[in-house]
Design a protein around this ligand. Sequence first.
Ligand code: NAD
Length: 309
Amino acid sequence: MKILVTGGAGFIGSHLVEHLLAAGHEVTALDDLSTGSEANVPAGAALERIDLRDGDAVRRSLAAVAPEVVLHEAGQSDVRVSTREPERDAAVNVIGGIHLLEACVAAKVRKVVYASTGGAVYGNPQRVPVTEDAPVRPISQYGISKHTVEHYLFLYRQLYGLDYTVLRYPNVYGPRQSPRGEAGVISIFARAALRGEPVQIFGDGLQTRDYVYVSDIVAANRAVLADVGGGEIFNVGTGVGVSVLEIRDGLARVLGREVASLHLPPRPGEVSHIALDGGRFVAATGWSPTVSLVDGIRQTVEYVGRYEV
Ligand code: NAD
């Protein structure tokens, strides 16, 4: 299959590119390299260096590549950046998303798989683990911009027959997630601990998230490449919330020593407790996460130790 991965030079996108190539697909990465890096794009994949905000360039690129399926991973992916720069967040995630969908229609793409966020669209849900029918009440600009594209997907399927599946991701972690930004607590903690610095915990550290290792997210995408889950929105998650303190303790277990922490004030826009009920996705696809948290932390620590310290 001919597949285009937007954000293919980023953390999740580059893992998708790597696995799809290995499975024999013809893969192109589309990325502006703003947070991603060319070094992340495996040999064997083509790279289209394009900013999604440039609608003409996106349209030309999709017409030239003519993919059957587009995995849409590119985006402004940081909650705190969205709060500081809401216009840029919307320009990349919403306007860039519209450019992509328009280009997909023009290029007769069969299906878009969209990397949405279960961690940010629900805000602070009343019940955890949260199901897909819970109210969408984002408490960050990022949650709003990511959710908005879900509406466009619904509309474009009605108007133009462009098929799609929305995957609402949990907290994805693993090798190649940057430990230098503000998102990606496992990489950030691993880098600090390996440098002998205390890990910074915002608030009491009891806030919980649903963590899934990146190879399991790749498997989730692969499960919906064909005609599975058309027009559907799925949570992808374990249903289990893990606290920041538990992440610190898991890291200590992997390193075989204590990890010191420094408590700072909580940050605005962060949800308190979230875990995603992935029951509908499991029933539809048979997907289930395979990498335990401690194994995932171990692999992340190995990567951070080799490339990021
Ligand atoms: P990432 O920042 O590593 O990857 C995003 C990629 O998009 C980067 O390579 C970046 O260069 C590219 N990009 C950014 N702006 C662009 C633009 N204007 N034009 C073209 N390319 C652009 O982030 P990630 O963690 O790999 O996230 C991938 C996707 O998954 C994002 O859409 C994010 O919102 C979503 N997501 C991630 C998580 C997570 O835990 N990592 C959770 C939920 C949803």
